[in-house]
Design a protein around this ligand. Structure first.
Ligand code: PLP
Length: 419
């Protein structure tokens, strides 16, 4: 029972280096966040030792009386937070939640209709190398080439033409809200099941500042680690008992064996925190920060330098920078921001003229910085640093110093070494 430092100094160094990286840089990857100490405690707890195949009260292992309490709390809190009748909190990740959803509502060979990957969809919505693309007949809708918005007339037309078994609404890179009622009307018209993947915007939904898909979708899946800011994992909601039964058997034993009970306990805590006023206030800062960033990247100076924002702004926690007219491609822009201490990911823009490993866009998100404590003043400063970096109009050392000042002013996990 020696500490990690003694047992495995190489891995201890990785943990230390990563903590330092997170503390000293500004994290703007839209899908990332910082979990609270309470979540770290559960995830590093003895619950990791427990096998609990099955569901609370119906396990295939003895000794589950305490982990049952954790899973019941996680389910009840998820249901109450999102106003759903049923919840499955066992998926290890967003991708495994989605695999269970599809296997519950479609048969291999069925047609599924989702947002094109290169227009902001997710791998699990039909990418050809993913299980979803291999098992199902994938058809896609894209965004409008002028507005970059999802056009519900186009979705309806595609649905009428292709008669999908499943319609998927949800995204990994799209800066606006979707019309879930319109998606449901189309699903009803063609006899499809509507599945919403709210992985990215679930925190905004929980805070009541983004339309909820739950009343409209037959089934809603999500991750817990993006805007919610909980442990890396997934969950699924539905109001339909028949679908719920199928989901349960498709998560276990369909996709998974033993659930990760330390993660499920951490999910329960994340859902508890997501019901608080502090959480709502953080989500408001998140969206406000994204709007400030969009403002800074749509000024005349920005556009003159070839940097713009898809759809002209954002309603959510991320901005899609459009670099099609910029001398910097997505890779170079990602590297330029990295050089001043800001972490983002390059992202293809729809109809991207550059190859996927290079791209003409960046996805820039505000959830992690909002969790760190940033408000409008700090987001205005970050937005200016990002704008100057992308316009190549600022001195790298001066910009790096401004990033360091922000990071120092908002210490991350203070005292963690002593916890
Ligand atoms: N669904 C959407 C919309 C996502 O953006 C992601 C994550 O990128 C996932 C599912 C998959 O989540 P995970 O990485 O936990 O498998």
């Amino acid at each position: 029972n020696e500490p990690l430092e003694v047992v495995d100094p190489e891995i201890a160094a990785v943990l230390r280096d990563e903590l330092n990286r997170q503390r000293s840089t500004l994290e703007m990857i839209a899908s990332e966040n910082f979990v609270p100490r309470a979540v770290l405690e559960s995830q590093g707890s003895v619950l990791t030792n427990k096998y609990a195949e099955g569901y609370p009260g119906r396990r295939y292992y003895g000794g589950c009386e305490f982990v049952d309490v954790a899973e019941d709390l996680a389910r009840d809190r998820a249901k109450s937070l999102f106003g759903a009748k049923y919840a499955n909190v066992q998926p290890h990740s967003g991708a495994s939640a989605n695999a269970a959803v599809l296997s519950a509502i479609a048969e291999p060979g069925d047609t599924i209709l989702g947002l094109e990957l290169s227009h902001g969809g997710h791998l699990t919505h039909g990418m050809k190398l993913n299980f979803s693309g291999k098992l199902y007949n994938v058809v896609s809708y894209g965004v409008d080439p002028e507005t970059f918005l999802v056009d519900m007339d186009v979705v309806r037309q595609k649905a009428l033409e292709t008669k999908p078994k499943v319609i998927i609404a949800g995204w990994s890179a799209y800066p606006r809200t979707l019309d879930f009622a319109a998606f449901r009307a189309i699903a009803d018209e063609v006899g499809a099941t509507l599945w919403v993947d709210m992985a990215h915007f679930a925190g905004l939904v929980a805070a009541g500042i983004h339309p909820s898909p739950v009343p409209h979708a037959h089934v809603t899946s999500s991750t817990v680690h993006k805007t919610i800011g909980g442990p890396r994992s997934g969950f699924i909601l539905t109001n339909d008992l028949e679908i719920y039964k199928k989901l349960n058997s498709n998560v276990f034993p369909g996709q998974q064996g033993g659930p990760l009970m330390h993660v499920i306990a951490a999910k329960a805590t994340a859902f508890k925190l997501a019901a608080t006023d502090e959480f709502k206030e953080r989500q408001l800062r998140t969206v406000s920060g994204a709007k400030l960033l969009a403002d800074a990247l749509t000024t005349e100076a920005s556009r003159a330098a070839g940097v713009d924002v898809l759809t002209g702004g954002t309603d959510v926690h991320l901005v899609l920078a459009d670099l099609r007219n910029s001398p910097l491609d997505g890779q170079q822009a990602e590297d330029a921001l990295h050089a001043v201490g800001i972490t983002v990911n390059r992202n293809a823009v729809p109809f991207d003229p550059r190859p996927p490993m290079v791209t003409s866009g960046l996805r820039i998100g505000t959830p992690a910085l909002a969790t760190r404590g940033f408000g409008d003043a700090e987001f205005t400063e970050v937005a200016d640093i990002v704008a100057q970096t992308l316009q190549q109009s600022g001195d790298v050392d001066a910009l790096s110093a401004r990033v360091k000042a922000l990071a120092d002013a908002f210490p991350l996990y203070p005292g963690l070494e002593e916890w």
